[in-house]
Design a protein around this ligand. Sequence first.
Ligand code: SF4
Ligand code: SF4
Length: 304
Amino acid sequence: MIHADKAGGGAPYVLAIASGKGGTGKTLVATNAAVLAAATGLRVVLADCDVEAPNDHLFLRCVTESASPVAVPVAEVDPSACSACGRCRDVCAYGAVRILGASAIVFDELCKGCGLCVDVCPEHAVLEAPRRVGEVVSGPVEGRPGLSLVTGRLDVGQVKSPSIIRSVRAAAAALAGDLVVLDAPPGVACSAVAAVRGSDLLLLVTEPTVFGLHDLELSLRLGRDLDLPMAVVLNREGTGEADIEGLCRSWGVPIVARIPFDRRIAQVYARGDLVADELPELAQVLPELLEVLPGISRRGVMSL
Ligand code: SF4
Ligand code: SF4
């Protein structure tokens, strides 16, 4: 069992749940594992880092919610002060600045807010202004003592999902739980990296299909590059022939839980209910999963 690391100063254990592609059951595992861990008396924070399409809140409703906007600094040029010298354009590594006519202009979507153009401008014509990219919503979950939910939401048309994800992780850490369950975005792009980096364990959810096999390998590479301990959950076992076991064996990564293909799971999920409540006999694999994870993780077995 994952226990609170009280002797180690109280930093929560961070379990990142991810997948190489969407639809493998990542949210199913994250929501049910969080609920079952909270039911054991742990203070658990479920952090929905799938900020482009968060949906953990469809399964777990908050009693009260507080929302905080997330803003990132973006360079802004005052055209009346700009001499069009081009220095800001020349130093910007992201190609975010162009000289148009008598002034520089900044393309918001490309600006990373590094501040270099502000420093080099001889006319002091560049300022950094906060630009909203989304929000973080958090609160205790209704009817689940010890469980809180933190949800990141990227505004429509925005691209800076890593900024929202970092804010979600900071909000989850500030709630000072024993366990943070991160529901990461699918894939291996920068948003997935922002979600799982530095976690105590990367738990990859996959299915025995050719797509599951292919995308699991991508996720394994991501975990290796980030130097994370890893384990695999095989969902919908029995639906395909792909050799997930062989791949995991060749990587030395254990399969720590197997969820059978069962129509009832899909029905419960489609209703927005939890397997932990509706099908406790099937959910039994998840408490077993929580038992074995600390033995694999970078934190090792912790004690109360
Ligand atoms: S460095 Fe300053 S003055 Fe030169 S183009 Fe950029 S904003 Fe204008
Ligand atoms: S703040 Fe950095 S990324 Fe943004 S325009 Fe200036 S130099 Fe480019």
